[in-house]
Design a protein around this ligand. Structure first.
Ligand code: NAD
Length: 257
């Protein structure tokens, strides 16, 4: 088992990548704290873990709120005695996030508060817990759009994910000697609710699909596998990276037909 005796906290684990990672981490031996604003989905993730004979616990947490992040970290230590892995994965892509001219300030603020400040809060309260455990691994979900301009505009989202990459690099350098590794995970376009709601017409989906060399959207499970590698000791010499899992998207120059 790749996460035997580890305690992992995953934000945004009520659905998508977070849920798949929670199930996989539990199968690999971790006790998993599932944190999310969606209580029903979060409890369902924990029930599935328990049906598969794993150990999990749900904690309601809005990652844009400092006190709730502090509480979720405390919950991990209270329930399972320590924290070894922090997967800051919660994020939103708002339907009214557009180009710079059309995007309203409140959409910008909401997106930055969850996607960027949420990662900061996770680290602010999570790093002391990782220290208490003698070190650990932080995985922050960014996106390929932090490295490339997306053809369908979403300026707040793109900027928030750029912030996640910059934050990840600095934390990796600052905490390297404390045995705390910090990596960003950059998924390509996935067939999850988050993206399918945003690309809500076949035309929009096709516009994104032409850029992916493998010719399909990725699956949340495929990102969970990459998160598992970064979370586990198998990646013990990997820190400060932008780990791309994108079906070749960033390597390609593809002319839309
Ligand atoms: P998803 O919508 O299935 O999951 C996101 C989860 O985050 C949900 O369970 C949601 O309830 C939770 N969440 C939202 N706001 C929250 C908050 N304030 N506090 C706590 N939880 C909150 O989407 P997903 O595709 O699994 O996305 C997970 C991460 O992956 C996000 O950071 C997203 O930006 C990133 N990502 C997704 C794609 C994609 O194509 N789907 C690509 C690149 C990156």
């Amino acid at each position: 088992m790749r996460l035997k005796d580890k305690v992992a906290l995953i934000t945004g684990a009520s659905s998508g990548i977070g849920r798949e990672a929670a199930l996989l981490f539990a199968q690999e031996g971790a006790c998993v704290v599932v944190a999310d604003v969606e209580d029903e989905g979060g409890r369902e993730t924990v029930s599935t873990i328990e049906r598969q004979k794993g150990r999990g616990a749900f904690v309601h947490a809005d990652v844009s709120q400092a006190a709730e992040c502090q509480r979720m970290i405390a919950a991990a230590e209270e329930q399972f005695g320590k924290l070894n892995v922090l997967f800051n994965n919660a994020g939103i892509m708002h339907s009214q996030d557009d180009d710079a001219i059309s995007t309203e300030e409140k959409i910008w603020d909401l997106t930055m508060n969850i996607n960027a400040k949420g990662v900061f809060f996770g680290c602010k309260y999570g790093i002391p817990a990782l220290r208490r455990a003698g070190g650990g691994s932080i995985v922050n979900t960014a996106s390929f759009v932090a490295l490339l301009g997306a053809a369908t505009p979403q300026v707040a989202y793109t900027a928030s994910k750029g912030a996640v990459l910059a934050l990840t690099r600095e934390l990796a350098v600052v905490h390297a000697r404390e045995n705390i590794r910090v990596n960003a995970l950059c998924p390509g376009p996935l067939r999850t609710e988050l993206l399918m709601k945003f690309l809500d017409t076949e035309q929009k989906r096709q516009r994104r699909l032409v850029h992916i060399p493998v010719g399909r959207f990725g699956e949340a499970k495929e990102i969970a596998q990459a998160a598992l590698f970064l979370a586990s000791d198998e990646s013990s010499f990997v820190t400060g990276t932008e780990f791309l899992v994108d079906g070749g998207l960033t390597a390609a120059y593809v002319t839309p037909e």
